[in-house]
Ligand binder design. Sequence first.
Ligand code: OAD
Length: 236
Amino acid sequence: MDRLIERLKHAENVTFLTGSGISRESGIPTFRGEDGLWKNYSPEELASPEGFMRDPQLVWDWYNWRRDIIRKAEPNKAHLTIKEFEKNFNVYVITQNVDGLHEKTGVKNLVELHGNIFRNRCSRCSKMYGDIQSKKIPTCECGGLIRPDVVWFGEPLKEKDISLALEWSRNADVFFLVGTSGIVYPAASLPFFAKENGGFVVEINIEETPLTPHIDLHLEGSASQVLDTILKGLNK
Ligand code: OAD
């Protein structure tokens, strides 16, 4: 921890890559692990273009279920502490989460790499739509089915998102990985770009991940507790 506080005292740019673990304390399930979503649901059926073509209503139902959980959720202490960091640093947030909780804190620099569950788009003509609260899968004026504007397995990330994420990773004096299992690429490659450019890479997680051997410091604990401890150490 002392090493990190020392690095932060000389840092200007601090970048966060966050995953579903950061939103767990807001009551939103993670994907992997004992009570993770992928334990009971199949990613191929529910989060892939093929699954959507096979049974669009099933996919829409699943997203409605998740939207209902997320609609009730508020940013937790971890999201809010990241916002607090803006008092001391240029803060950049790259999230894999589609829950919009970072946006709710008003953080200035944000990329939602995997999209946002409250945005939709036509699967045929790509027309964008906002939140749609409908039990039946809606259709676009062109007749195409409307789908959530999120990135599914096998789909590329948006060009401008990945390019900002790369820039913010390369510029980072300190790069935090928070609540991500670090196994979904290209997001999981970002800490390597930070490290290559001299950034100090810190992982905050309740357990070790496949990225742990490659980073500078692993801090074990919940995102909110650990981030709060860091902020207190910084302001001491
Ligand atoms: P995962 O479910 O794979 O990983 C969640 C991580 O959060 C795990 O490493 C947990 O140990 C950790 N964790 C859980 N609770 C925590 C807490 N309170 N504080 C800190 N850490 C905690 O979720 P992601 O890494 O976000 O992609 O998954 C990456 C991508 O895979 C998702 O964006 C999604 C998914 O399939 C797509 O759908 C394209």
